[in-house]
Design a binder for this molecule. Structure first.
Ligand SMILES: [Zn+2]
Length: 512
């Protein structure tokens, strides 16, 4: 006797179809699970046994072998409880195998037979669609998420094993999950806080707008308590809303990592991740058992904010270089390679010196030049090379703090950002931004007049700008022109872009 039940496991964030095959052979009653089950799958045996008992289904009085095929893929997670229980129930109740046709199962069982949500339901649902499944049965808490995968996949939700069995017997129908609302995007942004609440800081706000418009990485430099974090947290709200495909990518990563709340449906707000400076390499780029995405992938399509940048371990910061260039990261573990997307805006914040008050009008700095240089050198040059804008954040004046006037709202800024991005798409291709331009594209897209060329040459000498820094300046100048709707890059666009190289400037002085 044999039952075949469709399900799926995840390798990283990739779904891999799995067939649960139940064999009965003469012998003492027992259950064994084969086919590279990892610990959570092996432990599921006891949950399945108890849940079947609670549902009033007797286990076959024979030797049961559950084979998870293909045998060479590790099976992770508790989601196999339901397909294994269904396979045993089919054998025990003698239901026709046709009731399982083109239907996949996913879910963890409680000892009482209740179904509990699992990680990665969206990824599994997309995988099911790809291999031609028509129906996926999941726990109630996973319904909305799974239903977002594809409108042609029927997602049914169940609260317990009993309900699933009654559905298969044709005695009751499970309810179909409704896909989450696609238009919920705008309201999701409201939680981030609005720029109108930030008083003063006009220069910093302008720089954030430029960064959002061109997809530029950015460093905020200023004394403690000047609101660097407050500014950073509001940044996602001036980025364009997530597109449908982007939202599914983000949801998949958050779901696999266990960060998606039950019944959440789809993530609509751009992620903002602010890992602590003690974060390990695995926490940053991905790792663990089973292998999960790290902070840079949780920040995919959003913002990775590194506060107190010089406090991060150098080795951890070095791991950011490749994903910053490529937009994805590769994690190798036990001869297996996992690939996670990581296209994010890097935003960093740091004090100007160890005591924090270099250049502060309100308090004197107590550091000597050697201490300042050592502090800044903790961040490697190659990482700095990937930051387009350096922004000085100063303490707002008393007049500004006491004023009642509110700044511009995030929505208005976002509108300009989206218009500037549209111009970039038209020039560079759909979805591309100036921050991603290759050196050859920079030369073609940023024609400078004579005045511009002269300014650039003078600045390169006086500020000691490297060839890479000059490319950054040109990309940022292009974005400033795009924000204004200007086809050509003028001298004043270039001048603004040059003043975003604060650290090159002070680095030059230090070296002199
Ligand atoms: Zn200092």
């Amino acid at each position: 006797l044999l039952a075949r039940v469709h399900s799926s496991t995840l390798v990283g964030i990739q779904p891999v179809p799995v067939q649960v095959q139940v064999h009965l052979t003469p012998g003492l009653p027992s259950i064994s699970v084969v086919g590279l089950p990892q610990s959570a799958v092996r432990e599921g045996k006891d949950r399945v046994r108890a849940a079947l008992q609670q549902t009033g289904i007797a286990l076959p009085a024979q030797r049961v072998t559950v084979n998870l095929a293909p045998a060479d893929v590790r099976k992770e997670g508790s989601g196999f409880d339901l397909p294994v229980a269904v396979g045993l129930a089919i054998c025990s109740l003698g239901l026709p195998p046709e009731c399982l046709e083109a239907t996949a199962f996913l879910g963890e069982l409680g000892l009482d037979g209740e179904l509990r949500p699992v990680r990665g339901a969206l990824a599994v649902a997309r995988g099911c669609r790809e291999v031609g499944m028509q129906t996926l049965i999941v726990p109630e808490g996973n319904g909305r998420e799974a239903a977002a995968a594809d409108p042609t996949l029927q997602v049914l939700t169940a609260g317990s094993l009993r309900q699933v069995v009654q559905h298969l017997q044709g005695r009751a129908r499970l309810t179909r999950a409704a896909p989450p609302d696609r238009d919920a995007g705008a309201s999701a942004l409201l939680g981030a806080g609005c720029f109108s609440e930030v008083r003063g800081q006009e220069g910093a706000k302008r720089a954030l707008e430029v960064a959002a418009a061109g997809g530029h990485n950015l460093a905020l430099i200023g004394p403690p308590g000047t609101g660097k974090t407050m500014l950073a947290r509001r940044f996602p709200a001036i980025l364009p809303p997530l597109g449908q495909e982007e939202a599914l990518e983000v949801t998949t990563i958050h779901s696999v990592t266990g960060l998606l709340p039950d019944d959440a449906g789809v993530v609509r707000a751009r992620p903002f991740r602010a890992p602590h400076h003690t974060t390990s390499r695995a926490g940053m780029v991905g790792g663990g058992t089973p292998v999960r995405p790290g902070e840079i992938s949780l920040a995919h399509r959003g913002v990775l904010f590194l506060d107190e940048l010089p406090e991060f371990r150098r080795g951890v910061l070095e791991t950011l270089r490749q994903p910053l260039e490529a937009g994805w990261v590769s994690v190798v573990r036990a001869r297996e390679r996992y690939r996670f997307p990581s296209r994010f805006t890097l935003m960093t914040a740091m004090n100007p010196c160890p005591c924090g008050h270099l250049g502060d009008e309100n308090q004197a700095c107590t550091c000597d030049p050697g201490q300042v240089a050592r502090y800044r050198n903790r961040v490697s040059g190659p990482l700095w090379d990937r930051v387009d804008l350096h922004v000085e954040v100063c303490s707002p004046s008393v007049e500004v703090l006491r004023g009642t006037g509110t700044g511009e709202a995030s929505g208005a800024i976002r509108q300009r950002v989206m218009e500037a991005r549209e111009r970039q798409s038209n020039r560079l291709g759909p979805g591309r931004v100036n921050g991603e331009m290759a050196p050859g594209e920079v030369d073609a897209s940023v024609p400078l007049g004579q005045a511009g060329e002269a300014l650039l040459r003078r600045s390169a000498v006086s500020l000691g700008l490297s060839a890479r820094a000059i490319h950054r300046v040109l990309k940022v100048a292009r974005t400033i022109a795009d924000l204004e709707g200007s086809g050509s890059v003028r001298r004043d666009h270039l001048a603004e872009a040059i003043q975003y190289r604060v650290l090159d400037r002070s680095g030059g002085e230090g070296a002199a």
